[in-house]
Design a binder for this molecule. Sequence first.
Ligand code: GLV
Ligand code: GLV
Length: 304
Amino acid sequence: MYQRLDLEVWDGDQPIPREELLRRVPGKQGIICLLTEKIDSQVLDAAGSSLKVVSTISVGTDHIDLEAAKARGIKVGYTPGVLTDAVAELTLGLTLATARCFFRSHCEIRSGGWEKSTWSPLKMYGKLLQGSTVGIVGLGRIGFALLKRLKAFQVKDILFTARSPKPHGEAEGGKEVRFEELLQKSDFVICTCALTPETQGMFDKTAFHLMKSSVVFINISRGGLVNQDDLVEALKGGEIWGAGLDVMTPEPLPHDHPLLQLANCTVIPHIGSATEKTRLDMARLAAENLIAGIKGTSMPAQLL
Ligand code: GLV
Ligand code: GLV
């Protein structure tokens, strides 16, 4: 890789500080970034007219100001496809872990709670996927991979919403419905859609109110899709049964955040694509996007 490009690498454990990023980008032809870097017009302007491509090692691109990139003729690459299976597996895992109280159970044993009780018929009552209605909000690549996996769990119905027609979703046995209908009918509401200005805060008080009080709500996309204060209230007030989150606001989430005080909320630290193979595939694809973007050849995964 070093033979083809002059690379300046930030190799700190923490994301590159903003000032450092702004100081380093001038004159660069390409930027390879993570979702922790906000690539806005200030960064693009600091880079100047040499900049041809921004390549992010992520499928989400909400940290990049796409309008600003477009206006400046800067290409944007991302990493769809290679992480679909890893995220779909994680989503299923988080759904089961939330529905069956894995983390609460583990914490109870660790804190000595189990020694003070025993096996009991009502202990750690959870929810069954089999026979349930599952709603997938956003039938993109990840949503579709999840749909196929859910069939193996013999769920009753799979409902989904989508921005564009998804005949393959229907062909696999899913049913496209309106967002409100999905919320009202689902025993599990699983959010896999992208964060855009239209989807920002779509899971709010009104949405939680429409859901069943027995619902398990899962979010693996972006924290910004959820009005988190409304979620905390819904969980506290028993308006929904439980939530499992791989994403939240802010990230990292402070250890004393209200979400972490709730027994019916399972939180994991944005690890959807975190398997060795997946991360290597993502890194490779992002590098190929970067090189092609600089050379002016066709990028393997170009968003803009
Ligand atoms: C992770 O959240 C990604 O967008 O790849
Ligand atoms: C549970 O372990 C059972 O035997 O039903």
